[in-house]
Design a binder for this molecule. Structure first.
Ligand code: NAD
Length: 501
């Protein structure tokens, strides 16, 4: 679902529209290569001031940004509703989670990244060893539209807390929201140079220009196709990348699961935000003994869930018009491949809205099971054992997240799933715990946002060894090394390393 190379790339103005009505909300000049380079230069110039603030100064600046976002929460959530389509409450929850992460990154950066003394070992006991973490410099953050605040913020807040400046290219479908974030930071911190946190606006070409603009790392969230292009482009300069890509997340429901709770969570996890959630529920593997009860309960819940453009709808329109065709193709494909639509079907696609669809026992090779759908559809497959459920859940090119419902074996099953995160007896629980890292493997990406790992993504370790005094006769790294030193070492090494049983 990449958005590069579209006709829109050739215009000089980006028009932001309400996805429910198509009404124009605002227009933005598109940043071309020169404008992107100028933004990166500004961010580079601001980097020393931001770094010199230290952990405590940056913490204050980040928390002032949070307070500014809280003070303008009504205005901001209205904008998120208008530009992205999600209901107001969902917009507020997204903002709340982003604030949790800003606070976590701001308050933990010092502890996680402060210089540490390292034991030098007996052979180097005349040294003091230190490990210091330096900011990388300027981080290019490229974001998606589905969680236009929470998702890019997983890179932005952590990169800033670690002492980097940030140039942010929001998705072309959430440009206003992205610019609200940078403007709020600026309003909260007028004393800081503008380049600490800047937005550059545009389509894929602007993102591609940012990758080539000499940034010190690219933190991308979006589709695997775009992630691969970015990694290939970044390789030209060996620019490191953090890639948070898509998912095809599975839920395993064991025979001993609380079926009502599982159905409730799957219903919400599969359809909220119109199913446009990277770690949302796309596939369910349910034990045969509880399958009928589960499907009946899931259907009962989702029969009463309807999308709409209202501020209090259950969920909103599809944000990106082209995604509607993908969802339709997946439903068609599931029905051709043995799937039974126990709720909805092709008629559920009423662009820009899609009503919930439940597809039972679709062949595992179908696109509906293998590819990311990113719509309010859920495939449910009956399994005869937990082993079978785990094998099918792991049989995916993605490896982002998952969930397990079981009263007794939740943790045991979770450990066997090849993903970056698992919720036991909940869906998406990990995403609301800021100290837990988030990210996937294979087509789901490389690296982690959030938590300690999320801070470490944006620093370069600097190892420093200080020789405090020379040990007579122990000049190891010198042509003055003597025979007797070598004799001593030959006696010492077996004592240190040769007695392991
Ligand atoms: P996308 O890949 O189409 O676009 C993402 C961003 O990349 C946009 O800002 C776009 O303008 C930019 N871009 C496009 N082509 C580019 C190029 N050649 N070089 C640089 N930048 C370029 O993705 P999307 O449709 O905006 O987002 C949906 C995808 O994001 C889904 O696959 C979803 O699963 C994934 N996602 C992942 C996470 C996560 O944390 N793992 C979170 C949210 C969304």
């Amino acid at each position: 679902m990449t958005t590069t190379d579209t006709a829109s790339d050739k215009t000089s103005v980006l028009t932001s529209v309400d996805p429910a009505t198509g009404a124009t909300l605002a227009t933005y000049p598109i940043a071309d290569e020169d404008a992107v380079r100028a933004a990166v230069a500004k961010a580079r110039a601001a980097a020393p001031t931001w770094e010199e603030l230290g952990f405590d100064g940056r913490r204050k600046a980040l928390l002032r940004w949070s307070s500014q976002l809280v003070a303008r929460a009504d205005e901001f959530t209205e904008l998120i509703h208008a530009e992205n389509g999600k209901p107001l409450d969902d917009a507020f929850l997204e903002l709340m989670l982003a604030l949790e992460h800003i606070a976590w990154a701001a308050k933990h950066a010092k502890k996680v990244l402060a210089p540490k003394k390292i034991f030098p070992g007996p052979l180097m006991s005349n040294f003091t060893a230190r490990l210091e973490q330096r900011p990388l410099g300027v981080i290019g953050v490229i974001g998606p539209w589905n969680y236009p605040v929470y998702t890019p913020n997983g890179s932005i807040a952590y990169a800033l807390a670690a002492g980097n400046t940030v140039v942010f290219k929001p998705s072309e479908f959430s440009t206003g929201i992205g610019n609200f974030l940078t403007e709020a930071f600026r309003k909260a911190n007028p004393q800081l140079p503008e380049g600490v946190f800047l937005a550059v606006n545009g389509y894929g070409a602007t993102g591609a220009a940012l990758v080539q603009a000499g940034v010190d790392k690219v933190a991308f969230t979006g589709s695997p196709g775009t992630g691969k292009k970015i990694m290939a482009a970044a390789a030209q300069n060996l620019t490191p990348v953090l890639l948070e890509c898509g998912g095809k997340d599975a839920v395993v429901i064991a025979a001993d699961a609380d079926i009502k709770a599982a159905a409730d969570a799957v219903a919400w996890g599969g359809t909220s935000n119109s199913g446009q959630t990277c770690a949302g529920v796309e596939r369910v593997y349910v034990h045969r003994s509880v399958k009928d009860e589960f499907v009946a309960e899931l259907r009962r819940i989702l029969e009463n869930v309807q999308p709409g453009s209202g501020k209090d709808a259950a969920y909103g329109p599809m944000t990106m018009p082209s995604q509607v065709d993908i969802v339709r193709r997946h439903i068609e494909d599931a029905l051709k491949n043995g799937g039974e639509a126990v709720l909805g079907g092709l008629d559920s696609v009423k662009a820009p809205f899609i009503e919930p669809v439940i597809l039972v026992d679709t062949d595992e090779s179908s696109a509906a099971v293998q590819e990311e759908t990113f719509g309010p559809t859920i495939t449910v497959r009956t399994v005869d054992s937990i082993d079978e459920a785990i094998e099918l859940a792991n049989n995916s090119t993605y490896g982002l997240a998952s969930a397990v419902y079981s009263r007794k074996q939740g943790l045991e099953i979770a450990r066997r799933l090849r993903v970056g995160a698992t919720s036991v007896n909940s869906v998406l629980g990990f995403a609301a715990i800021p100290g837990l890292p988030f990210g996937g493997s294979n087509d789901s990406g490389i690296g982690r946002i959030h938590g300690e790992q999320g801070l470490r993504e944006f620093v370069r370790p600097h190892a420093i060894a200080v020789q405090n005094f020379a040990i007579p006769g122990m000049a190891l790294m010198s042509y003055r090394r003597t025979e007797s030193t070598m004799k001593l070492l030959r006696r010492l090494v077996p004592v240190l390393h040769g007695r392991n049983k």
